[in-house]
Design a protein around this ligand. Structure first.
Ligand SMILES: [Zn+2]
Ligand SMILES: [Zn+2]
Length: 776
């Protein structure tokens, strides 16, 4: 009854608040406090109208909204405005018109406490049911086929709800109100245990599966984003067999432990690491070894642990402490999501179920550095969480960025937000390229994105670059190391127009001059960059082979430092002398050698010289990872280096390392001193940048900064010189973030400096469509 006295407010909440039980939460909150009004979804958030007949400021409501919001909700911003009192009689959840919203989808989230308790309560109707979930937990991203987020548009569509489930689903006061994957033993998915050879079902379900693991069998277990290959982690024979099947001799295997206590038996766990392990996103966290487990992470000082995240995992680990849980894929191919993708060749038994996986997603992997995550791989649990963009860069256009080639992701831009895909792998593998195409198709459909512009790397031979050319829309190209820096700038909402020193260190990226870059110090802002200082180029003998066989780089560095008369070192005894002779000739005569300024290759060389690297690496960064693992803590010493003519030369460093090796200095010390040397190089260049450009912010990006020791020592050294250090926290510093940086570049290009008027931006796009591809 309008005209009555009372108070009212309109509240808008921005962020990931749709499809996460936010409206029913608001409904219950308003109900409890006796307020009338309504809540509805709008683009990017929800709008709430509250009324009360008494004079009130609604502060209690606002506090509860911030403090008790559902676990899956991510509130970016809340605005509150006074509204007029209309005398409403109820509080209601208003229906959403589809075209109004750009709906964010929640990532997949581990089973919540309430559901876990129910699952463990014998009297509960979902006792021991492996698909229990509610609005606060369960699968999301991996089961959504299209939007709006509704059961009909998920892989749960074929399961008809029983009356009890339907009652929960339709009751706004129930915690399963509109929980799309809601299910129970009567109406929901069921587990099946299959013999892999015959695909015949066998009796016993999860309990039998656990018994098989105890006998040393290898199982494929269907999770959220794909199958894991699982075996008893403490049975070294089973682990060795799993390695043979997966064709992985040394690459670390992830572990899933029953509980935190089990993890603490084998690894040191800090407070922050504990929080990360227990977080609902349930990443794999790399932890310092306390008690080594044979065959899990040979030659390294860390093991990757995670806690169970689906009800099925919990049930499997009920009386089992520790399992290997590694992605089920054939070498370099994407994680498998269906039984018919060849899973039977990788295991003895298959523990599967009939809720299909729509989108593949690997487990996320991280380290904790300085209390914050450092993503090694960003996927399940974090995707597709949106990244807000600084307002100055907003554009009305949709953008698609394709990333690089290795460790690829794609990113999409719409209405002020970037959405980045899960890790897609190396696109020179055909199956991964299919996965890449599948993901573009899925995400553009899901978020209703019609790209007006596509962005790729500069490299003319990348599959992504060719894919971009075929789209026949304006196409921008961005240099690899610049894209790394841009990704960090946009993640931290760094202001437009301010310059930073971007320290972009990695294995390889195509440079503006057509050579391979990878030890780059760029003076950069959103508009462009200057190659301020870089590692002196070194010949890469044998191209791709040199990236796999660190001894080749070690030889190249030795010849650079000593000329013809290189010293004899024990490390080279592992290598065929004929091969060494051949490579020396190659370097001398410049045959099949191309110059690289890569930091990754320097790590390879030093790791090999120190006797830590294998002759051939099995996986990327194996040699650098061993070098890092060997480094002693709390060492202050470092080696010399030279900076002249914008180039950093490591001749002195190499000579000093060789001297240390000959003197019998322990590898742990050599490695620590090498890490300190690089930190000191970074500080020295930063001081130059400050002197010349007045720059105080240093951005640390590129795959090399997955190295915790280097990241920590460089950050510390920079901070003690009063530099402000930025590094990726929401994204990986490695090539997974290239697509994010590409979006930033496109947004800057779309920005008309004189005016933000949409018509002018339109012209800008048209102008770009006529542009020739930016061939270096
Ligand atoms: Zn739950
Ligand atoms: Zn049911």
């Amino acid at each position: 009854m309008a005209g009555q006295k009372g108070s009212a407010v309109d509240i808008v909440v921005f962020g990931v608040v749709q499809g996460v039980g936010f409206r029913p939460f608001i409904y219950r909150l308003a109900h409890d406090l006796g307020y009338k009004g309504w809540v509805k979804n709008i683009g990017f958030g929800v709008e709430i109208h509250l009324e009360d007949q008494k004079q009130t400021d609604f502060q209690g409501f606002l506090q509860a909204l911030r403090r008790n919001s559902p676990p899956l909700a991510q509130i970016e911003e809340t605005t509150v405005k006074p509204a007029s009192f209309t005398g409403r009689e109820h509080f209601e959840i208003k229906k959403t018109k589809q075209e109004e919203s750009f709906v964010f989808i929640s990532p997949d989230i581990s089973v919540c406490e309430n559901c876990y308790t129910e699952m463990m309560t014998p009297s509960d109707r979902r006792f021991q049911y492996p698909f229990i979930n509610c609005t606060d937990c369960g699968p999301r991203y991996t089961i959504v086929q299209s939007l709006p987020y509704d059961r009909k548009k998920t892989t749960m569509k074929s399961f008809l709800m029983c009356p009890l489930c339907r009652k929960e689903y339709t009751d706004p006061l129930d915690r399963r109100y509109h929980a799309q994957p809601v299910a129970c033993p009567t109406c929901g998915p069921q587990v099946r245990l299959l013999k892999s050879k015959t695909c015949k079902e066998i009796e016993g379900g999860i309990q039998k599966a656990a018994a098989l693991l105890r006998k040393g069998k290898i199982l494929a277990v269907k999770g959220l984003g794909g199958f894991h290959l699982v075996c008893d982690a403490l049975n070294s024979k089973a682990v060795a067999r799993l390695r043979t099947i997966k064709e992985r001799k040394r690459k670390p295997l992830a572990l899933m432990a029953k509980d935190l206590k089990t993890i603490q038996r084998f690894a040191r766990v800090s407070q922050e690491e504990r929080d990360m392990l227990l977080s609902q996103r349930r990443p794999i966290v790399l932890l310092r070894k306390k008690k080594d487990i044979e065959g899990i992470a040979p030659h390294l000082d860390e093991m990757g642990f995670m806690l169970p995240y689906t009800p099925l995992h919990y049930l499997l680990l009920q009386d089992f402490d520790l399992i290997v849980a590694t992605s089920s894929n054939k070498k370099d191919a994407p994680i498998m999501k269906q039984e018919d993708e060849g899973i039977d060749e990788l295991c003895d038994f298959i523990l599967t179920h009939d809720r299909p996986i729509h989108m593949r997603a690997d487990d996320s992997v991280m380290r904790v550095v300085g209390r914050q995550p450092l993503f090694v791989r960003r996927a399940r649990g974090y995707v597709p969480y949106p990244q807000p963009v600084p307002e100055a860069l907003h554009s009305p256009h949709h953008i698609l960025a394709l990333g690089g080639e290795l460790k690829d992701t794609i990113s999409l831009y719409k209405n002020g937000y970037i959405i980045t895909s899960q890790f897609l792998g190396d696109l020179d593998e055909y199956q991964n390229f299919q996965y890449f195409e599948e993901t573009i198709h899925h995400l553009t459909k899901l978020f209703q994105i019609q790209p007006k512009m596509v962005v790729s790397d500069l490299h003319p031979d990348f599959h992504t670059t060719r894919y971009a050319q075929k789209l026949k829309i304006p196409h921008l190209k961005v240099q690899h190391h610049f894209a790394h820096v841009l990704a960090a700038l946009i993640e931290h909402k760094y202001p437009v127009g301010k310059k930073v020193l971007g320290v972009s260190l990695d294995g390889y990226g195509y440079g503006e001059d057509g050579t391979a870059w990878g030890g780059e110090f760029l003076i950069a802002d959103y508009i462009g960059y200057e190659r301020f200082v870089h590692f002196a180029s070194i010949p890469l003998p044998g191209g791709d082979l040199a990236a796999k066989q660190p001894w080749r780089m070690a030889l190249a560095y030795l010849m650079e430092a000593y000329g013809e008369n290189i010293p004899t070192l024990e490390a080279f005894q592992k290598v065929d002398p004929k091969m060494i002779k051949g490579v020396r000739e190659m370097i001398k005569l410049h045959i099949q050698t191309s110059p690289v300024s890569s930091c990754g290759r320097l790590f390879d060389a030093v790791s090999f010289l120190a006797g830590l690297s294998p002759v051939e690496m099995e996986f990327e960064a194996e040699a650098p990872m061993r070098l890092e693992a060997a480094a002693a803590d709390r060492i202050r010493g470092k080696y010399g280096f030279e900076i002249a003519d914008h180039r950093i030369s490591f001749k002195r460093t190499i000579r000093a390392i060789v001297e240390d090796i000959r003197q019998g200095v322990p590898v742990s010390l050599i490695s620590a001193k090498f890490h300190n040397t690089l930190a000191s190089v970074i500080v020295r260049v930063a001081q130059r940048a400050r002197a010349i450009y007045g720059i105080d912010t240093v951005v640390l990006v590129g795959g090399v900064f997955l190295n915790k020791k280097l990241l920590e020592s460089a950050s510390k050294a920079l901070e003690s010189e009063r530099f402000h250090v930025l590094r990726p926290v929401r994204y990986s510093p490695n090539d997974e973030s290239i697509s994010v940086g590409q979006i930033a570049y496109a947004l800057m290009s779309l920005l008309d400096v004189d005016s933000n008027a949409p018509d002018k931006r339109e012209n800008q796009v048209k102008k770009m469509s006529g542009q020739k591809p930016n061939q270096p």
